[in-house]
Design a protein around this ligand. Structure first.
Ligand SMILES: C[S@@+](CC[C@H](N)C(=O)[O-])C[C@H]1O[C@@H](n2cnc3c(N)ncnc32)[C@H](O)[C@@H]1O
Length: 242
């Protein structure tokens, strides 16, 4: 498969700043009506106003009732573990999507197979996730959970107190930039890969040391011009159910 016009490289700021717009354009351009967000937890990605204006049937799935309870009132929610085989609702959705969920799922093949099952033929899956082997996520995998939780609260001050930013165990299965293996894996469960954007940089980790942040941004910009897909920090993947 020629992946030249599927793969792009950008900078991480664009991934975060542009996420809402990217998702909303996907909903509008694909004329999606039935939408399932996976791992929406405390922070559903689509505003209720957008949902109402577009007449969407939008449900948020999460493994944790406690996280869902932190979401603003008015969303339709369901407690489900997407690493377990899902039954029912086959072929129901035009769009399934996730943001910062894929790295937390302990069985990636099952997760993506579940997504394929929930979609109608031609339906779209969109996932935004951190990727290996970006240094902060390698550290997150190697160090014990309690230590990384403590470190994260030092690096990103205020996070702990916000109560809407809990830390969840991360496995990073199938969380890579646009390498050939990712295409093979996602195709093996029934998807065609339509867009794969790798994002370089993780400047949020250096906010408290501005000179380091500036150097880091220059390195990330260099990688954007000379990409090494295994060194992206985040990715957007847009898939179509075959
Ligand atoms: C890092 S939070 C992201 C929440 C939200 N998407 C956001 O961007 O703020 C990860 C979410 O995934 C949920 N989650 C983790 N494993 C899951 C699973 N196997 N099935 C469904 N949800 C899961 C967690 O409960 C949590 O709400």
């Amino acid at each position: 498969m020629n992946t030249d016009n599927v793969i792009e490289y950008r900078l991480t700021d664009e991934a975060w700043d542009g996420y809402k717009g990217f998702l909303e354009r996907l909903v509008e351009s694909k004329r999606c009506r039935t939408i399932c967000e996976i791992g929406g937890g405390a922070n559903p990605a689509l505003d209720q106003d957008f949902v109402r204006r577009h007449g969407l049937d939008y449900v948020i799935v999460d493994i944790s009732a406690e996280e869902l309870a932190k979401a603003p009132a008015g969303y339709r929610t369901r407690v489900l573990d997407v690493s377990q085989p899902l039954t029912g609702e086959e072929g129901t959705y035009d769009l399934v999507f996730s943001k910062m969920l894929a790295e937390h799922v302990a069985d990636a093949p099952m997760f993506h197979r579940n997504m394929c099952r929930l979609l109608r033929v031609g339906g779209t899956a969109f996932h935004f996730f951190p990727t290996l082997y970006s240094p902060p996520f390698v550290v997150n995998i190697l160090l014990p959970e309690r230590l990384t939780y403590w470190l994260l609260n030092i690096i990103q001050r205020g996070r702990e107190k916000s109560g809407r930013n809990a830390k969840f165990p991360a496995y990073y299965q199938w969380c890579r930039g646009p390498i050939a293996g990712q295409f093979r894996r996602l195709e093996s469960v029934g998807f065609a890969v339509r867009q794969y954007i790798g994002f370089f940089g993780h400047p949020g980790y250096y906010k408290r040391v501005p000179p380091l942040e500036r150097i880091h941004r220059a390195i990330a910009a260099w990688f954007q011009r000379h990409p090494i897909p295994l060194l992206t920090s985040f990715a957007y993947v847009v898939l179509e159910k075959r």
